[in-house]
Ligand binder design. Structure first.
Ligand SMILES: Cc1cc2nc3c(=O)[nH]c(=O)nc-3n(C[C@H](O)[C@H](O)[C@H](O)COP(=O)(O)OP(=O)(O)OC[C@H]3O[C@@H](n4cnc5c(N)ncnc54)[C@H](O)[C@@H]3O)c2cc1C
Length: 384
């Protein structure tokens, strides 16, 4: 891994940041208040080829890397536009379809994803199984050559703005381990039998969360992604890009917060000198910066390992963990050094709080990351 950024990476960062700044945090919050997606920003990114940057060229993508998609996500978050669909649509659905989709599926779905004309949601979580993904109850049974899906998914992001949903369903049970055999299906967002209910949350973001009710949703055989019963492998493969993108999202929020805080403490003076002169103000910011840079390095390592086709699970989990912690510390220290202004919405800090905090819980919680590291990196026994 070259620690000196390539000219291509530097210019990609610059172009993305320029697009992001044209729209900026005020635009992001205005769309959030209106309860509408960031369509104009999404279109601008699509026109520049950034939404398909990591997807295969033969389906209209840029043929680039996950690392480049991470740069796009980081730079947008760093200007106050953290776009969650980059995580669940471009990175999870995009990477799974690119690896496991049939030619026909890629033509039908991946091409639209790459062009930015199609958006996916990703539906794994269920209230009864939670972090235990293999314990899901949503089932897909075979009937006359078709699949019929039934079950309830919860906390599914962006369904109202999605064209399709990549749904993880149970298609059998492994008799040896008693664990669910999972399969992946593409469900139209308006499929008959699919209904949804919003879940009000504290998040300040254009994408909302939904409970999805699947009642005998019938799908043709062309909607199965990858092999029947082997969906867990595909989901697992999609999780590394998800963790990398989640880390990029967090790093961007951390940069956004520290950038605002640094500018503020250099100007604000209440004892005749800028408050940044006081070490009690400077040190928490400096510590958060140290944590942020460590997270950035791990993020790049994870993305580059993934792009090289090497084992990226450990570093993707570590990057996700470090970045989520760092962004919360950056944002918290930024709010603190703003004093009362930290709570005023015009300073654009508290409205990012729940987005930063979310990444300590979703897409994978900090505890499940630590479980992974304990088991896979340290070789400790599994506790659950
Ligand atoms: C805003 C938002 C958006 C989301 N978007 C999506 C989406 O688009 N698609 C999707 O499928 N899901 C989505 N999720 C769901 C998210 O992935 C889950 O909330 C997350 O994986 C945790 O699952 P849970 O909420 O059921 O918590 P639980 O599994 O009930 O866990 C609760 C707590 O217990 C801890 N815990 C559980 N098991 C263990 C263990 N073995 N060891 C140690 N600690 C443990 C957890 O870390 C957590 O802190 C979203 C969630 C939110 C809040």
């Amino acid at each position: 891994m070259d620690l000196v950024s390539s000219e291509d990476d530097v210019s990609l960062r610059q172009v993305v940041a320029d697009v992001g700044k044209k729209f900026d945090h005020e635009y992001f919050m205005a769309r959030t208040k209106a309860g509408e997606p960031v369509t104009e920003l999404w279109q601008a990114l699509a026109e520049l080829g950034f939404l398909g940057i990591s997807l295969p060229e033969e389906y209209g993508g840029g043929g680039g890397t996950l690392w480049q998609l991470a740069i796009v996500a980081e730079e947008l978050a760093a200007v106050g536009c953290p776009l969650q669909p980059l995580v669940y649509s471009q990175s999870i659905a995009g990477s799974i379809l690119a690896r496991y989709g049939t030619d026909e599926q890629k033509e039908r779905w991946l091409r639209g994803l790459a062009a930015g004309t199609l958006k996916f949601s990703f539906a794994l979580t269920e209230s009864n199984s939670g972090s235990n993904s293999q314990g899901i109850a949503t089932s897909a049974r075979v009937e006359g050559g078709n699949y019929v899906l039934s079950g309830v998914k919860t906390f599914i992001s962006g369904v109202d703005d999605a064209d399709a949903i990549l749904v993880v369903a149970r298609t059998g049970t492994d008799e040896r381990t008693n664990k669910g055999q999972l399969s992946l299906f593409i469900v139209d967002a308006h499929a008959p039998g699919l209904t949804r209910q919003p879940i009000p949350t504290a998040l300040q973001a254009p994408d909302r969360q939904w409970t999805l009710f699947l009642e005998d949703v019938e799908l043709g055989p062309d909607r199965l992604v990858g092999e029947l019963h082997r969906g867990f492998r595909a989901v697992f493969d999609g999780l590394n890009p998800e963790r990398v993108l989640g880390a990029a999202f967090s790093v961007g929020i951390g940069r956004y917060a520290l950038d605002k805080a640094s500018r503020y403490v250099k100007e604000r003076a209440v004892w005749g000198v800028p408050i940044g002169t006081h070490q009690a103000v400077a040190h928490p910011m400096a510590q958060a910066k140290v944590e942020l840079e460590a997270a950035r390095l791990m993020l790049e390592k994870a993305a580059r390992l993934y792009d090289a086709g090497l084992q990226a699970g450990e570093s993707a989990n570590m990057a996700k963990f470090l970045a989520a912690e760092a962004s919360v510390h950056c944002l918290d220290s930024a709010i603190q050094v703003h004093g009362g202004n930290g709570f005023a919405l015009e300073y654009g800090l508290t409205d990012m709080w729940w987005l930063a905090r979310l990444l300590q819980v979703a897409p994978v919680s900090r505890e499940m990351v630590l479980n992974f590291v304990a088991e896979h990196s340290l070789g400790l026994p599994k506790s659950y």
